[in-house]
Design a protein around this ligand. Structure first.
Ligand code: NDP
Length: 274
């Protein structure tokens, strides 16, 4: 058993993908894991794979009282030592001239404001428990431009700054705050778009370690940043991306050309074959 045995850990968005990978990693470490998300059926299925050290609570991180309740539920299970602010995603897409205001706001609300609520209330609970760690799941879209991704990269850059800001504020209270920036990872978020065809090929060309990521790749980094092994690390954001950040953001033009037309992406006179 590892060094988080008996500790309580909350993973937001822990019902699928990277969050579920993180939850499994903490369960393997002997932690009492609480996962949250909006879809109860998804959470129940996840618990069936995680076993009896894990439990769930339905909570939307964009609703302040719901994330507060999820944090309280995790804190009630044992000494709360770590929170993974993983829940996130995007509804905003397209060239800047086409961006939908509601989708922009919803994406900022989820990734930036939801993560802020998680850190705001999570840090209080960690302080009450004697200190601990928060790990936010950002994205390579925060460190490298992803053309036509709308609010997503912007909102993840906000997550990165939030990590640094709150790390600076909370160190004095015994709370560390760090982040990870996953590259492309095989989850529902990218299914059918970046896990096949020209977009996948382009991702592989951009990665020195040329393979698609697994939730477990991210979970190992999250576990390190959440545990006592990293007790002198705070305000750090680690790209976990096969080295993709060393090159350029991915080329999604094969997908976006069909949606918006070549001229909207590449300017007047651009042909569909560009
Ligand atoms: P998933 O879609 O599988 O996971 C997202 C999880 O977040 C779901 O379980 C979802 O559950 C939950 N969630 C979404 N909105 C909310 C909300 N408002 N309140 C609570 N939970 C919510 O995708 P990933 O595992 O890939 O994504 C996990 C994180 O990793 C995200 O922050 C994403 O931006 C980031 N990421 C992913 C990459 C990838 O390539 N997969 C690359 C870079 C970053 P429910 O719908 O039930 O609420």
């Amino acid at each position: 058993m590892g060094s988080l045995e008996g500790a309580s850990v909350l993973v937001t968005g822990g019902g699928s993908g990277i969050g579920l990978g993180c939850a499994a990693r903490f369960v393997a470490d002997g932690a009492l894991v609480t996962i949250c998300g909006r879809n109860e059926e998804r959470l129940k299925s996840a618990i069936a794979t995680l076993g009896d050290k894990a439990t769930y609570i339905v909570a939307d991180i964009t609703q302040e009282e719901q994330i507060t309740a999820a944090i309280a539920a995790a804190a009630a299970r044992g000494p709360l030592k770590a929170i993974v602010a993983n829940a996130g995603g995007s509804t905003s897409i397209g060239p800047i001239g086409t961006l939908d205001a509601d989708a922009w706001r919803t994406t900022l609300e989820l990734n930036a404001t939801g993560t802020m609520f998680t850190i705001k209330h999570g840090s209080k609970a960690l302080i009450e428990a004697g200190g601990g760690a928060i790990v936010a799941v950002s994205s390579i879209a925060a460190s490298n431009t992803h053309r036509w991704f709308g609010a997503y990269g912007v909102s993840k850059a906000a997550v990165d700054h939030l990590v640094q800001l709150t790390a600076d504020e909370l160190g004095a209270f015994g709370v560390r705050v760090n982040g990870v920036r996953p590259g492309v990872v095989a989850t529902e978020l990218i299914a059918g778009i970046a896990d096949q065809g020209p977009v996948l090929q382009d991702y592989l060309e951009c990665m020195p370690i040329a393979r698609i990521g697994r939730p477990a790749d991210i979970a190992e980094a999250v576990r390190f940043l959440a545990g006592p092994e990293s007790s002198w690390i705070t305000g750090q954001i680690i790209n976990v991306d096969g080295g993709h950040h060393l090159r350029r953001g991915p080329d999604y033009s094969s997908v976006f050309k069909d949606l918006f037309g070549a001229e909207a992406l590449f300017g007047p006179g651009a042909a569909a074959s560009d």
